[in-house]
Write a protein that binds this ligand. Structure first.
Ligand code: MOS
Length: 749
């Protein structure tokens, strides 16, 4: 069959987009059967770049040092809303060592698209930039700008709600007849709950280094999407894509906040163009915490109506979201619409405009917020009905996406409940509420996870095998810290029948022009790994056919595994180098592409987490003692990488539940805790026992691996499970997270 172009869909965090996919049926590889005996895929495998990272040799964007490199610094609005009344750009230029200073009146790259402004609309909005020989000279240059401001009142949240000051039209979604169903329900519960502004806080801040050589631009960017960065820089500087090279070899996390080129790369490239020198722009920690982004504060009211037997009849959700000046309105309503079977649902989302930076994505954006509140209401309903919380969830299980009516491609949520209950000792939960020898109040709570994570085309990979039987896998993956390149290595090694140490997977560079999508939406594994397997499959077929030539035996009689070529009758068993060694300087090359998504299904991920906590009624301190996390994401490629993802998600969820909260001064609109000493991310001392397990059954409807994404799912239910454990332990519901000692004591009073 000749190659065809097929229409398919790609999904990113619940947003669907039509794409054309090049399909070559000769490339297609069957999904490994559930019971296939795989030697590498499915075995815990350390990262190929572990030693480089652990020894400090890995070069992150912030580590890039180039000869003659200048250091850039941004002047930012110290108030949420203000007007710049004076700014002395010439004085900055006159400082020794300053090579360029640009203010809001100079067009930066494309006219009308300058990120610099004289009328800042949010806390930290960029006003001017300086590039200098040293960081110290850049600081002096910023000081010499001697900016003065006329303060303007920040846009407040409650006033914004009263005035209906929205970033876009509020969204209403109605299914069935929620009013009548609520009215007629046997029982109703209502919960109003607030969730905090939650800062991504990546270990490596937003950063870029730009260097021009003639009219080609090389940009090192700490980004989740180097191909998006390349497109954005090419557009801004009117270049062809191949005139821009983006390098993102090591990235210290992004969690959604590092999409595309970012303002940093645009500014660095412009300053580099203006000065003829390479320019580095890396945010400081305070800048990162204030302007890097956030999951927004919400206030949600959930009303549930149910029958006595626990069957959900109606869900109503009203969610107010503090958007800042704009950004994408997250799918906060998605859990109400899809987590449980329910014929009558109304959701309303009110995106209020305020004076913070635009909201940007943060690991499972919207669904974390929605699940955090809905799952507490579900527990309140269970208490009201006297039904075990896990049983109530089982009774309302649903096997299809209720908005589209499409069945899920696979859903093993019921297995997750059972396994999590077993690991957590759910049946002895009641005993936790008996008086404890240490005087603490203990409780256990559960919550359900839903998210997307099916990925989709386009994604490509190439595999090149040399005479020494070493394979190089080339992808467009930017490994944001998850270990996905190691997964690519494992899949190629498995398919090629080579030991792991003969295969290396590379990414982090747009130069080879092998495209992978943004590392977001939990899509890298489900999008890229099938392309890797398909490319390796092509090389395998060629290699076996060459082996048939060299060994003078029919190709159908040959097999390849563990680096050896064997005849099926066992008569022949040779090292693969016996064949590849004849290649000389030639290589065997294969390319592969991600196939289309299946028609007629929705692809989602599911899971259940159970938290056990202890509350000190004297101090209000909450300690998480154990979290059990069981998720269904189809096939697990690398169990070691997968459990590390789950642990990271749980830990971030613990921060959201207990300590992380960006606090804004209402008079200035400026965050007061934009530092890591007072914006409290969990530390190693906060890590509880975390028990991770996976259903690990391949999704039969996904191309060639049956693997879904895992980046986002593990953070989704953690805070809800902790909040439910809190209610179980204390008999009280707080009105907001994080459950700081002050909030806990208030709830207990
Ligand atoms: Mo998205 S929060 O970049 O996975």
């Amino acid at each position: 069959m000749k190659p065809r172009l097929v229409k398919s869909q790609r999904e990113m965090e619940g947003r669907f987009e039509d794409v054309w996919v090049l399909v070559d049926e000769e490339d297609e590889v069957e999904t490994w059967p559930d019971d296939a005996e795989l030697g590498i895929v499915g075995s815990p495998t350390i990262r190929q770049d572990g030693p480089v990272r652990a020894s400090g040799a890995a070069r992150y964007t912030v580590d890039v040092q180039l000869p003659g490199m200048l250091h850039a610094l941004v002047l930012r609005a110290p108030l949420a809303r203000c007007r710049v009344t004076a700014l002395d750009v010439d004085a900055a230029r006159a400082i020794a060592g300053v090579r360029a200073a640009i203010g809001p009146d100079a067009p930066l790259t494309i006219e009308g698209e300058s990120p610099l402004t004289a009328e800042p609309a949010w806390a930290g909005d960029p006003i001017a930039v300086v590039a200098a020989d040293t960081p110290e000279a850049a600081v002096a240059g910023i000081a010499a700008l001697a900016a003065t401001f006329e303060p303007l009142a920040p846009l407040g949240l409650e006033a914004g709600l009263a005035e209906q000051r929205f970033t876009e039209e509020p969204r209403e979604n109605v299914r069935g007849e929620p009013d009548a169903a609520l009215e007629g329900a046997d029982v109703r519960v209502e919960l109003t709950f607030e969730t905090p502004a939650h800062v991504q806080s990546p270990l490596e801040p937003h950063a870029a280094v730009a260097r021009w050589e003639g009219d080609t631009l090389t940009a090192w960017v700490s980004t989740q999407g180097m191909f998006d960065a390349r497109r954005e820089l090419a557009r801004r500087f009117a270049l062809a894509p191949e005139q821009v090279r983006v390098i993102s070899e090591y990235i210290g996390g992004g969690f959604g906040a590092k999409q595309g080129a970012g303002v940093e790369a645009v500014i660095a490239a412009e300053l580099a163009r203006a000065t003829g020198r390479p320019v580095r722009l890396a945010l400081g920690r305070h800048e990162e915490q204030v302007v890097g982004g956030r999951r927004s504060w919400t206030r949600q009211t959930v009303t549930l109506g149910a029958r006595r037997d626990g069957t959900l009849e109606a869900i109503e959700l009203a969610a107010v979201v503090d958007m800042g000046v704009g950004g994408w309105v997250f799918p906060v309503a998605e859990p109400a619409l899809s987590l449980y079977a329910c014929p009558n649902v109304r959701t309303m989302v009110f995106p209020v405009r305020t004076s913070l930076r635009a909201q940007n994505a943060f690991r499972a954006p919207g669904v974390v917020e929605g699940v955090t509140v809905l799952e507490q209401a579900i527990d309140d309903l269970a208490a009201e009905l006297g039904i075990d919380p896990l049983d109530l969830r089982r009774r309302n299980h649903v096997d299809r996406d209720q908005a589209s009516g499409l069945p899920y491609s696979s859903k093993r949520l019921l297995d997750c409940y059972d396994r999590a209950a077993e690991l957590a000792g759910w049946e002895s939960r009641a005993a936790l509420r008996e008086p404890q020898p240490d005087g603490l109040l203990r409780g256990m709570g559960c919550a359900t996870q839903i998210w997307w994570g099916g990925g989709g085309p386009p994604a490509h990979a190439t595999v090149r095998l040399d005479a020494e039987a070493r394979a190089l896998v080339t992808t467009g993956i930017q490994d944001i810290g998850t270990g996905t390149l190691t997964s690519a290595r494992m899949i190629a090694a498995e398919e090629l029948g080579l030991p792991l140490d003969r295969v290396f997977a590379r990414g982090g560079d747009t130069l080879p022009n092998v495209y992978s999508p943004v590392s977001g939406g939990s899509m890298t594994t489900p999008a890229v790994m099938p392309a890797v397997r398909s490319a390796a499959g092509k090389v395998r077929r060629i290699l076996l056919s060459l082996a048939a030539d060299v060994l003078e035996i029919g190709v159908a009689d040959l097999d390849l595994s563990d680096g050896r070529i064997r005849s099926r009758d066992g008569a022949l068993d040779v090292d693969v180098v016996e064949v590849t060694g004849k290649l000389g300087n030639a290589t065997i090359d294969g390319s592969g592409a991600r196939g289309p998504n299946p028609d007629g299904f929705r692809v989602n991920t599911f899971g259940c987490q159970i938290a056990q906590i202890a509350v000190d009624p004297g101090t209000g301190v909450v300690t998480v003692e154990r979290v059990v996390a069981v998720h269904d994401v189809g096939r697990i490629v690398n169990p070691l990488g997968a459990s590390s993802q789950a642990e990271g998600g749980v830990l971030q969820g613990i921060g959201y539940a207990l300590s992380e909260e960006l606090v804004v001064d209402p008079t200035t609109g400026y965050p007061v805790n934009g530092h890591l000493d007072d914006y409290k991310v969990p530390t190693i001392a906060d890590v509880p026992e975390i028990l991770v397990d996976f259903v690990n059954t391949p999704d039969p409807n996904l191309p060639n691996l049956g693997a879904k994404g895992l980046g986002e799912p593990p953070i989704v239910p953690t805070a809800a499970a902790i909040a439910n454990a809190f209610a179980h332990a204390t008999g009280r519901r707080a009105s907001a997270i994080p459950l700081t000692p002050a909030r806990v004591l208030e709830a207990l009073a």
